[in-house]
Design a protein around this ligand. Sequence first.
Ligand code: NDP
Length: 530
Amino acid sequence: MATVTALDSRKKKAPETQATPAETVERRTLRNLSPADGEPLASVPITTPDEVRAAVARARRAQSAWARMPIEERAERILRFRDAIVENADRLVDVLVRETGKPRNEALLHEVLVVADLASYFAHNAARILAPQNISLHFLVHRKSYVHYAPKGVIGVISPWNFPFAIPMGDVIPALLAGNAVIVKPSEVTPLIALEAKKVFDSTGLPEDLFQVITGDGATGQALIESGIQKLIFTGGVATGKRVAAACGAQLVPCIMELGGKAPLLALSDCDVERTARAIVYGGFCNSGQACISVERVYAHRSIHDELLRRVKELVGELKQGDASKSFVDIGSIIFPKQIETAEKLIADAVAKGAEVVAGGERVHRAGNYFQPTVLAECHHGMDVMREEIFGPIVPIQRIDSDEEAIALANDSHLGLNAYVFSKSRERALRVAEKIEAGSVVVNDVMLNYGACEAPFGGLKESGFGRVHGDDSLRDMCDKRHVNYGRVPMPARDPLWFPYSSTSYSIFSKGLEVLFHGAGVIQRIVKRMP
Ligand code: NDP
């Protein structure tokens, strides 16, 4: 539905912010700027609330036919969509790099490949996952139950700018497989990749209204919540998430909240220092640290701390930073200037409280938004950088004395999305991992669990609720409906129904006694009943 106007990038002066709502004669639009050089990229319309409601109505019509299709057929169509994604990988990567400033390798691996793989897994497994499930009844033994999964209807997806293809499409594909229609409201700073995904979808001959993209800002997202959708999957910051959850509550729209992260990396005394140092550098600086599962703080055991810090510093010195659309750099640009201001504020606070800048520490003065990969040492929890989400290329490091101290500090956070533990002993690492309050903990690796689409992904505490990925997430795209029926014919006059009498009451009363306080034999029989 959205039309894109390409701007003549050479003639226009770059405005201050990445996306500036601008009044035009016909409608309000968003103007997108390249984070790599500040030049205008395109202009997209802001979808009005009336248009959002119309989009949902069209989606609902398309969904009813789609839901009637056998699941195997839906899966086959989604595999065609996957194939089209793979065939168009270079074009998708181009748009991602232009719009987000991320390196090409990351656009390919973290976005396109992750989605193609997720589509394969869920398409090949949807029929199994959504098959009706029999439920044994231990008490009402004369009856049987099963649940079956019915599509919800229209599912809304509101997504952020940091993985603007992988995050929304990772929700869209399971939602479609489950028989729903989906409407995506991308971040206002990354609408182009969502529109490109829609183009690829349309090229496969899938019903046009089944998956729609509505470009716009926060108000467009709000309109989506109020437009009669049956579920919302929201990914974004904690503050916005609280507003969105309240809006969903007001409409009784069930929602999944995928919010911020502050992933700790625990470098235990027996860790492989070289691998841990490389993991810190990769986990802290890929996507310029703008990932909800980025390494946001490191707790390094005193015995390996100095060696680890030395290697981290050396490795950061080897990173190539620059415009990812022009060459193969390791670190690209930052999405918009506000993220740079946040980085500067956090570094100033940390330094004032005793942190030492071991690497980087400053914005790069060139066109576009760039910040040096920064490592801070001698950090502690009195500093904002150890407690607030950074979402930029800064890794603060704190020295610790024991596993217990590392666990306590890791859990001293209002967020609980992801964590990392490094140790040569699997047993020790798993023991520590299980004590960390986070939705996922990864041992001796970083940044890869979002790609493990068989496993649930989501947060504890203010990192949100609900899960994406994993077999249950596909079932959660459906209404779980319980059907109960008799195993044996029952008499017309059911002894449990009317009329009540003192005789039936005393029979029930004796039954209660026998069942729960009576002979052990009966209790054992009841327990064993299927
Ligand atoms: P925001 O919370 O600013 O925005 C997220 C989405 O919500 C955007 O599409 C935004 O639109 C939209 N939005 C804003 N206001 C409203 C509203 N009132 N009603 C409905 N929708 C609204 O997050 P960012 O885009 O800045 O993304 C960064 C955040 O996302 C970080 O905190 C990060 O940790 C988190 N995140 C969490 C992940 C997870 O899986 N847990 C994964 C990735 C990121 P617009 O942009 O147009 O304002």
